[in-house]
Design a protein around this ligand. Structure first.
Ligand code: NAD
Length: 510
């Protein structure tokens, strides 16, 4: 059986033994590898290597650091197909989705290639008499990332792409469910020229996460995962004096106004609600048609479209989506479907009990559709994270606007309409962090930034773009005054002592 180990400098020093976790192939339901679940001692070794490497890396000029990112991008592109296969074999998403996962991460690396420009500081000449003020962004030192199973390539690259380009050392703790792609990415960073100790991977569960949160040498932690754990990470990391950004779960709504192109909406929903088996934090699992006529027409078009979805193994090029990540997760999704039925929602398409011929042990589940879901239902309030679409009918625009605005999660939201005024009004007033207008999955491009509101995001800074640069750097501001007289060459040997300046008082710049 394959064994997945940490990628840390001086790995040979690591003691043998310790706890391990099982890594499944969700297509077959079989265990395909074991992963080491590390301890505080493993983290200490990684931190020691990071502390040794980081000052030299920070002192490497940013253009040289950018060249490593360029080279890394080329290496990942050259391995795209094998990386995508590896990703699909542990996650279960279809190959096209795995390539997308890697590609969206690489786009952040492309942004990081421009780090010399992003790190240029600010300068004020003559902020007071003879006084200049400038500020610079310096790396925070050692950063750590704790990432979820559902984007094992993209989310690590969101974090280390920027953190490392900024001059930090980075320790990644990927999900223990699909750790192989993060391991390979770290190996490729070394090959690209990152010094040993600059990107390390430690595996583990709560024990390793707690060790990261408590470690005094780690200055900043970026977390992406479910909300209760995000909140916990935010609290515990802040208690230990770190900066923390912690992205949580989601329940994204798609509001459909009566003038929307319903065929387009149905095509968009097929991908956004069911793609990647609904295991995306920017999936669209709730659709809110406005008005009964819209609801009826949408429902009529949705049913055949959902029944036509093909569920298959990750390598099936015709499949819309593959298996979910574990048997436990499938049981949890089926539990939510049962709960929805008990709460009184109408189960229009039931995906439970689905088995794929020839892959009966795989973690497959068919697509489900609920109608007449209401805001008081737990199955509406909580994240299901599976191929389940819920219709919540709204009588008017204001009610539709309130639903995502008042929901505990506020990651993404979409509105489908041909009415520019309604769309503008919606985007301005909705209490959600990322908005799509006729765009079902509004994941911002790499040079903007990604982050939700409410229980979808703890902390005040987003992932990637300039927000990412700000998170992984700290500002130093220098106020300078130089004595006059002596510095200007006069041609004589002795420039004479400089004139004693007035005692320095806090300048009012008046
Ligand atoms: P998860 O919260 O179970 O795990 C995330 C990370 O936390 C993993 O590295 C895991 O090892 C660690 N962890 C698990 N239990 C822990 C505990 N008790 N204490 C400390 N650490 C622990 O999430 P997941 O199932 O891997 O991913 C799915 C979740 O992530 C969904 O809720 C999804 O919405 C969310 N997500 C959010 C975003 C976003 O940007 N907002 C993006 C992707 C996924």
């Amino acid at each position: 059986m394959r064994f997945i180990d940490h990628v840390v400098a001086r790995a040979d020093d690591a003691p043998a033994g310790g706890r391990t976790g099982r890594v499944f192939d969700p297509n077959s339901g079989q265990v395909q590898a074991e992963v080491r679940l590390g301890s505080r001692a493993d983290l200490d070794r990684a931190v020691a290597a990071a502390e040794a490497a980081q000052p030299g890396w920070a002192a490497t000029n940013p253009q040289r650091r950018a060249r490593v990112m360029f080279r890394f991008k080329e290496l990942v592109e050259a391995e795209m197909d094998s990386l995508a296969r590896l990703l699909s074999s542990e996650h279960g998403k279809v190959l096209a989705d795995s390539r997308g996962d890697i590609q969206r991460g690489l786009e952040v690396v492309e942004f990081a290639c421009g780090i010399p420009h992003a790190l240029k500081g600010e300068y004020s000449l003559g902020a007071g008499p003879g006084i200049d003020v400038f500020s610079m962004r310096q790396p925070i030192g050692i950063g750590a990332g704790i990432t979820p199973f559902n984007f094992p390539a993209m989310i690590p690259m969101w974090m280390f792409g920027i953190a490392i380009a900024c001059g930090n050392a980075f320790i990644l703790k990927p999900s223990e469910r699909d750790p192989s792609v993060p391991v390979r990415l770290a190996e490729l960073m070394l090959e690209a020229g990152a010094p040993e100790g600059i990107l390390q991977v430690v595996h583990g569960d709560k024990e390793m996460v707690d060790a990261i949160l408590d470690h005094p040498a780690i200055a900043g932690v970026s977390f992406v995962g479910s909300s209760d754990i995000a909140h916990y990470v935010y609290r515990r990391g802040a208690e230990a004096g770190k900066r923390v950004q912690a992205m949580g779960g989601a329940k994204n709504h798609g509001v459909v106004l009566p003038d929307a192109d319903l065929d387009q909406v149905v095509a968009d929903l097929a991908g956004a609600a069911f793609g990647s088996a609904g295991e995306r934090c920017m999936a669209l699992p709730v659709v809110v048609p406005v008005g009964e006529r819209t609801a009826e027409a949408l429902r009529e078009k949705l049913i055949p479209a959902i029944e036509a979805l093909r569920v298959g193994v990750s390598t099936d090029p015709e499949a819309h989506y593959g298996p979910v990540v574990t048997a436990e997760h499938r049981a949890r999704i089926e539990g939510w479907i049962q709960r929805g039925v008990e709460e009184g929602a109408e189960l229009v398409v039931d995906g439970r009990g689905f088995a794929l011929q020839g892959h009966e042990q795989g973690f497959f589940i068919g697509p489900s559709l609920f109608d007449r879901v209401t805001p008081d239902m737990a199955s509406y309030r909580e994240e299901i994270f599976g191929p389940v679409l819920q219709i919540v009918r709204a009588p008017d625009f204001e009610t539709a606007l309130k639903l995502p605005s008042q929901h505990q999660y506020g990651n993404g939201v979409a509105i489908f309409t041909r009415n520019g005024h309604a769309a503008r009004e919606f985007a301005a007033r909705v209490n959600v962090g990322m908005v799509g207008i006729n765009v079902p999955i509004p994941v911002p491009v790499a040079y903007h930034s990604f982050g939700g509101w409410k229980r979808s995001g703890f902390g005040d800074s987003n992932q990637h773009g300039m927000e990412g640069v700000r998170f992984w750097t700290k500002v130093k501001t220098v106020t300078q005054r130089w004595p006059d007289g002596s510095a200007l060459p006069t041609g004589s040997e002795d420039g004479g002592p400089s004139r004693v300046q007035d005692a320095f008082v806090i300048p009012t710049m008046g």
